[in-house]
Ligand binder design. Structure first.
Ligand SMILES: *[C@@H]1O[C@H](CO)[C@@H](O)[C@H](O)[C@H]1NC(C)=O
Ligand SMILES: *[C@@H]1O[C@H](CO)[C@@H](O)[C@H](O)[C@H]1NC(C)=O
Ligand SMILES: *[C@@H]1O[C@H](CO)[C@@H](O)[C@H](O)[C@H]1NC(C)=O
Length: 225
């Protein structure tokens, strides 16, 4: 663990410029910008596959889009799904750690539980994030730049790949300052969705460690078959 972190930490010593861009997980279906969140109609748009996307601008703004499945222990065949969207500003400290501070009134979450009364709840979402560090490297298998973010607890998130540079983001200013709930109740049923999960049921950590191990063994071609 420690030697891997050292490896990441040395990569972190580089400039924040490397972070700039729109990044997305392997499915490439989830991307920040107007395709995920429609600020005019204040609604989240369901991607075809689950995934995560982060964008970082050169002038200190970020945007993030998450679409995840949540396991349903009582009925594994019917998972819930959650979409989350936030934007705001980020800072990188001298030690390479990142703090992402959202515009609190703009964040949105859509939680859909199709097997629990078929309801979904659409709410504000406000979650400041801290990352211990990041690493940008060339992924030799995919031939594209790859971003690894280390969460505050040291866990490495699943890798994201560069989709756009410069990033594609919604306006970085406050979009929706209205203090009431973002939706009329009537609209909620239409935002209910059924998950079409297909992606990333692998444990990202395992793949990360495996990737590092294989890289060190020169077995890169075996990674991500
Ligand atoms: C999602 O699937 C539909 C139907 O197959 C397709 O038309 C659409 O382009 C897909 N969207 C994305 C973002 O891949
Ligand atoms: C958003 O979260 C931050 C950090 O937890 C908190 O200080 C702030 O009061 C929250 N703002 C709103 C509007 O909920
Ligand atoms: C980086 O520096 C900040 C501020 O000094 C500190 O709170 C944080 O714990 C440090 N992170 C790491 C990974 O050393």
């Amino acid at each position: 663990m420690i030697w891997i972190w050292t490896l990441l930490a040395t990569a972190v010593a580089v400039s924040v410029d490397e972070l700039v861009g729109t990044w997305t997980t392997k499915s490439r279906n989830v991307l920040t910008g107007p395709g995920f969140y429609d600020p005019l109609n204040d609604r989240l748009l369901e991607p075809n596959l689950t995934g995560i996307s982060y964008s970082f601008s050169a002038d200190g703004y970020y945007e993030e889009a998450w679409y995840r499945a949540l396991a349903n222990p009582t009925d594994p065949s019917c998972p819930s799904g959650v979409m989350q969207w936030q934007h705001g500003s980020y800072v990188m400290l001298a030690n390479g750690s990142l703090t992402l501070t959202p515009i609190a009134v703009d964040g949105r979450q859509l939680l859909s539980e199709p097997c629990r009364q078929g309801v979904s709840s659409y709410t504000r979402f406000n979650n400041t994030e801290k990352f211990k560090g990041f690493s940008v490297s060339m992924d030799r298998y995919h031939g594209i730049q790859r971003l690894d973010l280390a969460q505050a607890d040291g866990k490495i998130m699943q890798p994201m790949y560069l989709a756009y540079r410069p990033p594609r983001m919604l306006p970085t200013s406050t979009l929706n300052p209205i203090p009431n709930g973002p939706h009329k109740k009537r609209d909620m049923s239409r935002t209910s969705f059924h998950l079409r999960i297909k992606e990333e049921l692998i444990n990202p950590d395992q793949w990360w460690w495996l990737g590092v191990l294989m890289t060190s063994l020169g077995g890169v071609a075996l990674f991500c078959s």
